[in-house]
Design a binder for this molecule. Structure first.
Ligand code: AMP
Ligand code: MG
Length: 310
């Protein structure tokens, strides 16, 4: 009898563990970066697998370096786009217009010239840059991971997933809320060392995207040349910023705007924020000063608040 009770207790403990242990961590390489997913819910494994498959297919379709991708066909004018792909391109075009061209999805030839896709870095001549700007070759590198975050949400909605924290290579996508209602605390990386400059509190499903001069760069004669280009010059955007983080419900918009605001700089970026009502942002200057828009809860650092009303 004693043995039977022991067995029942062991069984209850084990089954109790199985029912509760529904967190799934998945770390993998995709889109040229490490992705790290933390998902809570009984379907977390299935959802993670479907998201990983979707991301792989998305990477293949929109590869700027491949001659056989959908993006290559878009450059040739031979792409046969699905409705979803057409909608993505239309949104990208509209966002590019909204940023006054600071986000330009057709800079791949220029990016290639600087050697950023291959790490074969060099400083091109102005003639080379001018010719590459005219090529207008597609590159969704500044937008795709944000869009991927949106698609991940659509997948999780089809499964029994309670909440998730997805790190798509520095693009953070939150999904749902913690059971106790407490916010997600997301660290903003310091551009100057491997630490964080502060923490923002996020409630619910949100996309948090950072563009920074430390993410991909090379140095020559004490000068840093980084991967975010000013479409007007074809050179690294010299805007006085080291990073911009955008917080927005819409993943594609967050990704596009982080790049565009980096190009614009603090002053133009502030005016852009004051004309908009769909995002918040943190600007870190090359001097180390931090500016955060008024709708954010940022802790752990000293910063100046950017008001929404001018
Ligand atoms: P992100 O890290 O999202 O700011 O994206 C940077 C990547 O977008 C670069 O590695 C380039 O592939 C591409 N890119 C660089 N400058 C721009 C720009 N002004 N507009 C759009 N894409 C850009
Ligand atoms: Mg971006």
């Amino acid at each position: 009898m004693k043995r039977a009770i022991c067995l029942i207790i062991v069984f209850l403990l084990l089954s109790g563990c199985a029912a509760k242990d529904t967190t799934f961590n998945h770390t993998f390489f995709c889109m040229d970066t490490m992705m790290d997913f933390r998902i809570w819910g009984s379907d977390s494994t299935d959802a993670a697998n479907e998201m990983a498959d979707m991301l792989e297919a998305m990477e293949e379709d929109w590869s700027a370096s491949s001659d056989t991708s959908l993006l290559a066909a878009l450059n040739d004018g031979t792409a046969d786009l699905t409705e979803e792909q057409e909608a993505l391109i239309a949104r990208v075009e509209a966002l590019s217009q909204r940023t006054g061209g600071a986000f330009d999805p057709r800079l791949y030839a220029v990016t290639e010239l600087w050697g950023f896709p291959t790490d074969d870095f060099r400083i091109p001549s102005q003639e080379e840059i001018d010719a590459a700007l005219l090529e207008q070759r597609w590159d969704l590198g500044a937008a795709l991971k944000g869009y991927a975050g949106e698609r991940c949400i659509q997948i999780m909605e089809q499964y029994d997933v309670e909440r998730a924290l997805l790190d798509l290579g520095g693009n953070i996508q939150t999904y749902g809320s913690k059971p106790d209602g407490s916010p997600w605390n997301i660290g903003i990386r310091s551009p100057f060392d491997s630490g964080t400059i502060g923490t923002i509190s996020i409630t619910g499903t949100m996309s948090i995207v950072t563009s920074g001069d430390y993410q991909r760069y090379f140095e020559l004669d004490g000068q840093r040349y980084y991967h975010i280009l000013d479409p007007k010059t074809g050179r690294p955007a010299d805007s006085g910023l080291s990073s911009v983080t955008v917080i927005c419900e819409d993943g594609l918009t967050a990704d596009v705007l982080s790049t565009a605001l980096f190009v614009m700089g603090l002053e133009e970026g502030t005016a852009f924020y004051q004309e908009s009502d769909d995002f918040e942002a943190v600007f870190i200057l090359t001097t180390g000063e931090v500016y955060a828009t008024e709708g954010l809860t940022l802790t752990g650092c000293t910063f100046q608040v950017i008001p929404h009303e001018n």
